[in-house]
Design a protein around this ligand. Structure first.
Ligand SMILES: Nc1ncnc2c1ncn2[C@@H]1O[C@H](COP(=O)(O)OP(=O)(O)OP(=O)(O)O)[C@@H](O)[C@H]1O
Length: 563
């Protein structure tokens, strides 16, 4: 667990943790003192005024020490969880997109929500459990001081119980692991459920099949594993409680036959043992939760290690722009023998893009065209630096893109993906200035009657799909990057806006010196491109001849496609 806590937090928290531990022990000593005072009165000591004052004073001190210890530990636990959440968020953002795709959204979501949540739940119990453990330790110390024989007897009992517990726990632990595995599957199903609600509501027999044959078996397996695991844990907890009485019986009824104790010691021992029942049984009931937390923690650690391994630390943004010095005569972007392969182990013929040689000049408007599944989006991902080439390399301003400058390379681009995500917040610091520009773009894209800017948020993102795409375009405009990429942006726009997009918005970007790459199936507007680049089965083909044949290039004789 400690490897997940940043060194700075560990350093900062050390004094607080030390105080919490000391306060915890002080509170437990107060508890033991309360037991001692009660037993002294029960053992025949005359209750004096001084004794009463001491008793209530110790009660108040116990309250103070225990509460401060619990609050400090609770705060430490929450700080760890807070930093864990932020660190995971950061690491995900620094992990190559390809790796995230391989990890899969359901798995990532299950870890970010359930595992971190389980860990947080255990962290909430940490202060009370810690208090109990300290109390048990102090009471055992007091017991050893009162009678080493009683302590030895009790200690032997505790060790035996711990060994038995360790052996018995193997079985529920296996079930707990199974429970957690089922959770990943449940998350996958629920994702399908939420994204496919409309399809399922339209067809009751498909919906019934989904519920009965997809969700039900997983939910049922989850329930079975969970119940089995909890059965053992509750058996262990109750048997532990019962055995505790056996231990009391041994110490009070059997042990004195061999090691006689004074009546005063016996009374105090009785009180101590009765006093221990509650903390011991509460610690026992937290065991399954702590177990779940440890399984969750293992998952978080595995993910953390995978992300750390994949993270390209060298690629963090530095102040110096490595692409500032342009190599004389170099195009803005150049692909040299770039290829990319999807690991399609389950496919008969895994898709391979490339090798691709392509140059794009500053201020050019390029249309990427081609059939479904030909590789346009894959090429776009390589252009954006979200996929790294397996072979060949990419150059920006004549400078080779590598792991050290990849992040700065990506900062040149703004994209609206076909499956874009619309943030409802303006994600930048200079919000006043950006809000002014956003209001202007809302008017330009005829969304001002629907959406306004409220603080740093768009008033709504509940819009039609075409309107949401326009909002995504505004978010992209606001980034004001030198290179724009639009993946089938116009696909769900009405004819009027489709025309506005191809004949006004893109030329306007070009006029502003931007380079624009458009993935498009709108052959009616192919003539608006400076250049057409066709992708077919992962390769660039000489489109000029093809397009000329189709009559699309009639007015653009002699245009080149790709190098
Ligand atoms: N994550 C992935 N894993 C494995 N194969 C993939 C993945 N994404 C795409 N592919 C494969 O790569 C090929 C090219 O996909 P890509 O999305 O680049 O096509 P596209 O030209 O953009 O298609 P469309 O016009 O339908 O959007 C497809 O045949 C698909 O099977």
């Amino acid at each position: 667990m400690f490897s997940l806590i940043p060194a700075e937090i560990r350093r900062q928290s050390l004094p607080r943790i030390t105080i919490a531990i000391v306060a915890g022990f002080a509170g437990a000593i107060c508890s033991a003192e309360i037991a001692r005072l009660i037993s002294s009165v029960a053992g025949g000591h005359i209750p004096t005024r001084g004794l009463a004052i001491a008793f209530f004073g110790v009660c108040a001190a116990q309250l103070l020490f225990r509460t401060s210890s619990q609050i400090l530990i609770m705060d430490f636990g929450q700080q760890v969880i807070c930093s864990l959440r932020i660190e995971l968020c950061r690491k995900i953002l620094h992990t190559p997109y390809k790796k995230l795709e391989a990890l899969g959204k359901p798995r990532l979501l299950a870890i970010l929500t359930t595992d971190v949540g389980t860990f947080a739940q255990a962290a909430q119990m940490l202060p009370v459990t810690f208090g109990h453990l300290v109390l048990i330790a102090v009471c055992l110390g007091y017991m050893a001081w009162l009678s080493w024989q009683a302590f030895a007897c009790f200690f032997l009992f505790l060790v035996t119980a711990a060994v038995i517990y360790h052996c018995v726990e193997r079985w529920p632990l296996r079930e707990m692991q199974a429970v957690r595995d089922q959770l990943d599957i449940i998350f996958r199903h629920f994702r399908s459920l939420l994204e496919g609600t409309r399809e399922l509501q339209l067809n009751t027999s498909r919906a019934a099949y989904f519920t009965d044959h997809v969700v039900h078996p997983t939910a049922h397996n989850f329930r079975r594993s969970f119940t089995r695991a909890m059965l053992i844990y509750s058996l262990v907890a109750n048997a532990g409680g019962m055995l505790f009485y056996v231990a009391i019986g041994l110490i009070l009824l059997v042990m004195p036959h061999w090691f006689p104790q004074s009546p005063g010691v016996l009374v105090t021992l009785t009180l101590l043992l009765l006093f221990l029942i509650q903390p011991v049984s509460e610690v026992m009931t937290t065991l399954p939760i702590l177990r779940q937390a440890s399984i969750a923690l293992t998952r978080i650690r595995v993910l953390d290690a995978e992300l750390t391994q994949a993270t390209n630390d060298d690629a963090r943004v530095t102040k110096d722009d490595p692409f500032a010095a342009t190599v004389e005569g170099a195009p803005l972007l150049r692909f040299a023998g770039v290829s990319h392969r999807y690991p399609g182990l389950t496919e008969d013929r895994p898709f391979t893009l490339g090798p691709i040689d392509l140059s794009i000049g500053q201020g050019e408007v390029i249309y990427l065209i081609g059939g479904n599944g030909s590789g346009k989006t894959t090429l776009a991902m390589l252009l954006l630096g979200l996929y790294e080439p397996e072979q060949g390399h990419v150059e920006l301003n004549g400078i080779k893109v590598d792991r050290h400058n990849l992040t700065q390379y990506r900062q040149r681009f703004s994209a609206v993906f076909a499956d874009f995500h619309l943030f409802d917040e303006i994600l930048c610091h200079d919000q006043a200035q950006i809000a002014k520009q956003a209001t202007h773009y809302l008017r330009t894209l005829e969304l001002d009657h629907k959406v306004s800017i409220k603080g740093n948020r768009f008033s709504t993102t509940s819009l039609s799909s075409g309107q949401r795409k326009r909002m995504a375009l505004i978010a992209s405009y606001l980034e004001d990057r030198p290179i724009y990429l639009f993946d089938e942006w116009a696909a769900d726009q009405d004819p009027v806006f489709r025309r506005v997009f191809y004949t006004e918005l893109i030329p306007d970007l070009k006029r502003r010196g931007k380079t624009v790459i458009v993935i498009s199936h709108d052959d009616a507007y192919f003539e608006c491109a400076d250049r057409l680049v066709q992708v077919a089965q992962g390769r660039l083909v000489d489109v000029s001849a093809e397009a000329l044949k189709a009559g699309l290039y009639a007015r653009r004789n002699g245009s080149t496609v790709a190098e």
